[in-house]
Design a protein. Structure first.
Length: 215
């Protein structure tokens, strides 16, 4: 509840007005903020602005956890794409509220997705702290330990574990499974079979950079 109060304070500071009229549903701009009486009221940008995704697909709470996370990820990506066009974090908060209050439970992950890339030392420093919206990630994947014979102490070592945004952690997992011309059209995980620790580390750093986690 304290977190909700703080978010509400940010929203009020940003000029959010829940009573401001919206364009009626069914019109091309349906669901977006209207101009108010006579069109003189200031208009708060919505998710549908600036080429972003339409509001309608995410305004109703999904019925299961998987669908909810999928919708929240889409919102996190939309905010990231529009970051240079919006009014900083205030705009991001308003966007989340426009999409629906059910997104408050996903807010830490939506917010962490907006992080700028950090140095390796900064990512390592936060590992193990169990921060909302973040997960620990092994640069050399844990599965490689049993497959390649790497020691558990190396896999779990301080140099190999970093704290990264939760949704970007999911993206890195998918990155390892996709074929890439960088690896002779193999998926990185397949390319790494039989290779030494140094190559696993190199590819792990590449993944972090491509997903914009590592500077």
């Amino acid at each position: 509840m304290r977190a909700l109060v703080r978010l509400q304070a940010l929203v009020e500071k940003g000029g959010f007005n829940p009573d401001q009229p919206r364009v009626p549903a069914g019109s091309p701009e349906g669901g977006q903020w209207g101009g108010g009486e006579g069109g003189s009221q200031s208009r708060q940008p919505g998710i549908g602005d600036n080429g972003g995704p339409a509001l309608d697909p995410v305004k109703d709470p999904p019925q299961d956890r998987q669908a909810k996370t999928k919708a929240a990820k889409a919102l996190a990506k939309a905010i990231a794409r529009q970051a240079l066009r919006r009014a900083g974090p205030i705009g991001a908060v308003v966007t989340a509220i426009e999409a629906g209050h059910w997104l408050y439970t996903e807010w830490p992950s939506i917010r962490s997705y907006q992080d700028e890339p950090k140095s390796l030392g900064e990512l390592q420093e936060q590992a193990g702290k169990r921060r909302p919206g973040y997960e620990d990630h092994h640069i050399v994947e844990q599965g490689a330990g049993s497959r390649e014979g790497f020691s558990r102490s190396a896999i779990d070592g301080m140099d190999n574990v970093v704290s990264i945004p939760r949704y970007k952690h999911h993206e890195i997992t998918g990155w390892y499974s996709r074929q890439s011309p960088d690896f002779n059209m193999l998926a990185p995980r397949d390319y790494l079979r039989g290779r030494d620790w140094a190559e696993h580390v190199r590819v792990g750093h590449q993944a972090l950079r491509e997903i914009k986690v590592l500077k």
